[in-house]
Every structure is written in structure tokens, then in C-alpha cells.
Write a protein that binds this ligand. Structure first.
Ligand SMILES: Nc1ncnc2c1ncn2[C@@H]1O[C@H](COP(=O)(O)OP(=O)(O)O)[C@@H](O)[C@H]1O
Ligand SMILES: [Mg+2]
Length: 330
């Protein structure tokens, strides 16, 4: 199917610890991403969201290792490519990644324009400084960013401006897919809105063709995502349209994620109503059955007897043994 930009099939990746243990932080995850669509990924801290993002861009370094599964970008399984091919042909062009806390990773001793030049010369060694600056200037203008930012050092910029700068830099090569890992988490509510707007304008202006937006705040995704995947302990526990997952969550974990956090309105201070008791499991220990069962108020013996298969109903998937009624209009 030609409109599929990305197809992830049964992806498993793990951290190889110093003690020889394998921690599967991404444990059999599958999803597709089509052109023009935004996929939201939600889950508490420690559920494997960032590991999935790192795996998608093939950043297998130090403890993170690829185990099995496919990451097909425009028909090409990038797990089969060597590191250099991935760096030169894929990274930044086919798929770009804005890491969590990326705005703090800007080089404090370089003006933004020189930072951009350093990145571009890696990919396009023949481009002159002038050509790079011209390109950066045009892109900043297109994204309503003040040109003066290019002549600034990172410490002269506000948090929101730093984040918008990072987004502009990450997408300068017009990647097909942008993976943004918690791009608004460290920002206040009004700045969050500006950043969200900028991300949406990248899609509208077709600077990026599709996006994966990662957050621990599931309700936030309703405004930006077409589809949502909820992750828990390295697995996808629920997948569906944003409307279904936000308004009719099926997996008890997704229900808890929806009800435990209040999305603040403009001008109001956000606050947590309640958080889900307990914490995600330590992935070092193998579990049988549903990984959420120890925290689930609806859990029965059936939940931990055997591993839970995914139930697929049309476009929707969930991993829970409870007999949930999924209406046929889903
Ligand atoms: N360098 C590492 N070595 C070992 N385990 C790690 C490492 N980084 C992350 N993990 C484990 O992987 C799991 C998923 O982490 P992460 O992908 O960062 O989750 P999230 O982004 O959802 O907060 C966690 O249980 C964490 O303990
Ligand atoms: Mg993370």
C-alpha cells in the first residue's frame, strides 16, 4: 500500500545490561503510519515510549539492541541496513527524531546558525555556509520564527523558543516522518500551545508528511493525533482512532490514563486529580499474563494465567482478557 510511510511489525528491542540481562523495553510492537497522519503514543514514564522512538530511527548504541521485527520505511526495512547507510540515507531525511529534552542539548557555545551548519555539513558536505544560512533563514521565516534566533546562543532563548528552534532544525531536511518525544512536557501551558501549533503547521505546510507524537498525557493527544497507541511495559495495550481511545478507552490502563490527569484549559493551572496507584513493572522480571494486572482493579485470575493475545476489531486493537463490548461501528 503506497500511502504507508512506515510499517512496524512485531518489533522487539532490549537493553543489554551489565549483568547480562535483557530488558525488553519494546516487546512486540506493531503499527502503521500513513501519509498525512499523526500517531500519538501515550503511556506513563518507563513504558518504553522513548525506547520505541530510538529504535525507529535505528539508534542502536551501547546498551540498546535490536532483537527482531521489521521497521519498513517507504517499503525498505531499515533494520537490515548498516549504520552508515542509515545515517546518510535515512536519518533526518526519511525519519527525524526530536529527543526528550532536546532543547537542553543545543550546543551552548555555538550560535544557532553555526549549529545548523554543523548538522547540514554532515549530510551535504558540498553546501557552503551561505547556502545553509539562506536555507535556515527561509525555513525560520516559513515557521514564523524570528530570524534573530539564528544569530543567538541557546542561553539567550526562552524554553519555548529553544524547543521551536530544535523542531525547525530537526525538520530542515523535510523528513517524511517526524518523531517528537514529549516535545511539550517541560513547557508551560501557553508555550505548549505554541509548540503544538508549530508541529501542526509542519504537517500543513508539508514540511513533514507524518508525525509520531509521544506524551505521557493521553488526553493531550486528542487535539493532534489521528490514531493513538497506548503503551504499557513495552507492549501496545490499546490502539485505535484518537476519538475511540480518548472517549471510549477499552483497556483498563487506557481508562486510568484518561481519568487520572486533568487537561488544563487556557489560563488555568493544570493539576493531577489522581494518579494510577503503583508503578509500571520492572521489565527485568518476566511476567505471565497481563502486565497491568497487578495494578488493575478489574483483574481476575484469568488475567495472569496466560499471556494475553491482542483482540482486533476493525481498526481497533486491545490487549485485555475482559469481555469488552466493542460496538460494530468502531
Ligand atoms: N540505558 C538503559 N538500560 C537499561 N534499561 C533501560 C535503559 N533506558 C531505559 N531502560 C528501561 O527501559 C524501560 C523503558 O524506558 P523508556 O523507553 O525511557 O520509557 P518512557 O520513554 O516511556 O518513559 C524502562 O523500564 C527503563 O527502566
Ligand atoms: Mg521517555
Amino acid at each position: 500500500m503506497s500511502d504507508k510511510l512506515l510499517n512496524v511489525e512485531q518489533l522487539k528491542t532490549y537493553y543489554d545490561t551489565r549483568f547480562g540481562e535483557k530488558i525488553f523495553a519494546v516487546d512486540g510492537v506493531s503499527f502503521d503510519l500513513e501519509e498525512g497522519k499523526v500517531l500519538g503514543i501515550a503511556g506513563e514514564s518507563g513504558c518504553g515510549k522513548s525506547t520505541l522512538a530510538l529504535s525507529l530511527i535505528g539508534l542502536f548504541a551501547k546498551p540498546l539492541c535490536y532483537d527482531s521485527g521489521a521497521i519498513v520505511i517507504k517499503g525498505r526495512d531499515v533494520t537490515q541496513l548498516d549504520k552508515e547507510t542509515r545515517r546518510v540515507e535515512i536519518l533526518g531525511k526519511k525519519i527525524a527524531y526530536i529527543p526528550q529534552s532536546a532543547m537542553n542539548a543545543l550546543n551552548p557555545t555555538a550560535k544557532i546558525k553555526n549549529f545548523i551548519f554543523d548538522i547540514m555539513k554532515e549530510h551535504f558536505p558540498d553546501m557552503t555556509k551561505e547556502e545553509v544560512f539562506k536555507l535556515a533563514k527561509e525555513r525560520f521565516k516559513e515557521l514564523n520564527l524570528d530570524e534573530r534566533v539564528l544569530h543567538s546562543y541557546p542561553n539567550e532563548l526562552s524554553g519555548g523558543m529553544k524547543q521551536r528552534t530544535v523542531i525547525a532544525i530537526s525538520t530542515i531536511m523535510n523528513p517524511d516522518i517526524l518523531v517528537a518525544d514529549e516535545p511539550t512536557s517541560a513547557l508551560d501551558v501557553s508555550t505548549q500551545k505554541v509548540v503544538m501549533k508549530m508541529l501542526m503547521s509542519l504537517m500543513e505546510k508539508k514540511i513533514v508528511k507524518s508525525m509520531i507524537f509521544i506524551t505521557h498525557e493521553l488526553p493531550l493527544l486528542f487535539h493532534i493525533a489521528d490514531n493513538i497507541m497506548v503503551m504499557y511495559a513495552g507492549e501496545c495495550v490499546e490502539y485505535g482512532t484518537s476519538e475511540d481511545v480518548v472517549f471510549k478507552p477499552l483497556h483498563p490502563y487506557a481508562v486510568e490514563l484518561m481519568t487520572s490527569i486533568v487537561v488544563p484549559e487556557v489560563g488555568q493551572k493544570g493539576h493531577k486529580l489522581s494518579s494510577i496507584p503503583g508503578a509500571p513493572p520492572n521489565l527485568k522480571y518476566k511476567m505471565t499474563g497481563c502486565r497491568f494486572a497487578p495494578r488493575c482493579s478489574l483483574a481476575t485470575e484469568a488475567c495472569t494465567e496466560a499471556d494475553v493475545e491482542e483482540t482486533v476489531v476493525g481498526h481497533r486493537r486491545y490487549r485485555c482478557v475482559m469481555d469488552r463490548k466493542v460496538k460494530s461501528d468502531v
